[in-house]
Design a protein around this ligand. Structure first.
Ligand code: CA
Ligand code: CA
Ligand code: CA
Length: 180
């Protein structure tokens, strides 16, 4: 009987311990054992290209029956990106009052619309040479692949000397379509 009693006491104690351990686990469970999950956002932005070229150029002089002076225009890809960024105009055998018109075509070869800010002419010999713009493209916009044309009128003034070389240059400033 005594043995049996002590055995019962042991059972009670063990059961008590289990209860304490269970309560402790339950408390721990409430404090940190929850599940978590994360979902993500990833972004990527690919930009386009602003680019322009001279896609065509022609020269025309009007000398009547006698064709004396010559005007040629060649297009060059100076930076090897497969578009012509420079137009070189060469006039030979010109004379006082010689005039020619160079028709230039600008093409948007980029992927975003462009705006022609303006054409700036630098005339190194304004006393002997006159270089003016016809159909000034300033302010015009071009969608990708669109073109526009304008003319440079070149006139040799009466005071020009024989066997002389006169030079000029011009730059076309281009910006993205939404530039102020
Ligand atoms: Ca280019
Ligand atoms: Ca000619
Ligand atoms: Ca080029």
């Amino acid at each position: 009987m005594r043995r049996k009693e002590s055995g019962e006491k042991m059972k009670c104690r063990v059961a008590g311990l289990f209860a304490v351990v269970l309560i402790a686990l339950a408390v721990l469970g409430f404090t940190y054992a929850y599940w978590t999950e994360t979902i993500k956002i990833e972004g990527s932005v690919a930009t386009g290209e602003l680019d322009a070229e001279f896609s065509a150029a022609t020269c025309k002089d009007n000398e009547g029956n006698i064709d004396v002076g010559t005007c040629t225009v060649t297009l060059i890809d100076t930076d090897n990106d497969k578009d012509n960024d420079t137009a070189t105009i060469t006039i030979t055998n010109a004379y006082a009052s010689y005039a020619c018109d160079v028709n230039l075509t600008i093409r948007n070869c980029g992927t975003i619309p462009l705006k022609v800010v303006g054409v700036t002419i630098t005339n190194n010999h304004p006393d002997y040479l006159e270089v003016t713009l016809t159909n000034d493209p300033a302010g015009k916009t071009l969608a990708p692949s669109e073109t526009l044309t304008f003319d440079l009128h070149i006139h040799v003034k009466d005071g020009a000397a024989e066997k002389a070389t006169y030079s000029f240059s011009a730059v076309v400033d281009i910006a993205q379509f939404n530039a102020p």
